[in-house]
Design a binder for this molecule. Structure first.
Ligand SMILES: Nc1nc2c(c(=O)[nH]1)N[C@H]1C(S)=C(S)[C@@H](COP(=O)(O)O)O[C@H]1N2
Ligand SMILES: [Mo]
Length: 217
């Protein structure tokens, strides 16, 4: 096993232990939206980088996004196809399960709403699963994906999304802990059954609502 692999395994094991111990839980649930900063979070103005020890290097020339599963119209978009879709800008807050929050991030990309209009999920769809270039996966209930503020983002603060933060394209799901916002997005599958992702099978909560502290499940 390489040093990188050992460090990665240790990092994952530490987070699994935190999940078992309920680290950072305050027990003070807040109504979603009742306050801007969710319980147990502290504000930061820098932007920490979290990954599994790999930051895949994907050029826009080799990048593509496949959308498959229970949809009327599966797609595979290259970079040009992606940029030719209607573009949306939005500003939202980040809440990471490791207890940092960052306000007022401005994103640009295509909205989940638009993607849904294009691919037309079948009525039996209940869950969405994201697959990333580093092997990461994370799942969302369909209703959470269909929210107005969910974006497939290629820019942050007017600049191309940096590689360490998931460029060329990452998901942004502002109302859930940030582990649900897959970086280095490669594929989205629409499913009738749930399929817990990388952290969800390692002790993180299946939903991940910051205001009710759904940190661990
Ligand atoms: N592909 C991929 N996406 C990922 C992760 C990852 O390791 N791989 N980490 C998740 C976690 S745990 C967090 S907190 C955020 C971190 O995003 P940032 O590095 O841009 O702050 O990305 C999420 N998306
Ligand atoms: Mo995280």
């Amino acid at each position: 096993m390489s040093l990188g692999d050992r460090i990665r395994d240790k990092l994952i094991a530490t987070k699994e232990k935190w999940a078992r111990e309920g680290r950072l839980l305050t027990g003070e649930a807040a109504a979603p939206g009742a306050r801007r900063l969710p319980p147990g979070q502290r504000l930061t103005t820098d932007w920490p980088v979290l990954d599994l020890g790999i930051q895949p290097s994907v050029s826009t020339a080799e990048w593509s996004l496949s959308v498959s599963g229970l949809v009327e119209r599966p797609i595979r978009w290259n970079w040009e196809d992606f940029l030719s879709q209607p573009q949306t800008e939005s500003v939202s807050d980040i809440h990471c399960v490791t207890a940092w929050s960052r306000y007022d991030n401005s994103w640009k990309g295509i909205s989940a709403k638009h993607l849904l209009d294009v691919v037309k999920p079948r009525p039996e769809v209940r869950f969405v699963l994201f697959h990333s270039y580093d092997g990461y996966t994370t799942n969302l209930p369909m209703a959470a994906f269909a929210d107005e503020d969910v974006l497939l983002a290629h820019s942050w603060e007017g600049q191309p999304l940096p590689r360490e933060h998931g460029g060329p394209v990452r998901v942004v799901v502002p109302k859930l802990y940030f582990w649900k916002s897959a970086k280095w997005l490669r594929q989205i599958t629409f499913l009738d059954k749930d399929a817990p992702g990388f952290w969800e099978v390692r002790g993180y909560h299946n939903n991940g609502d910051p205001w009710t502290e759904e940190r661990y499940g």
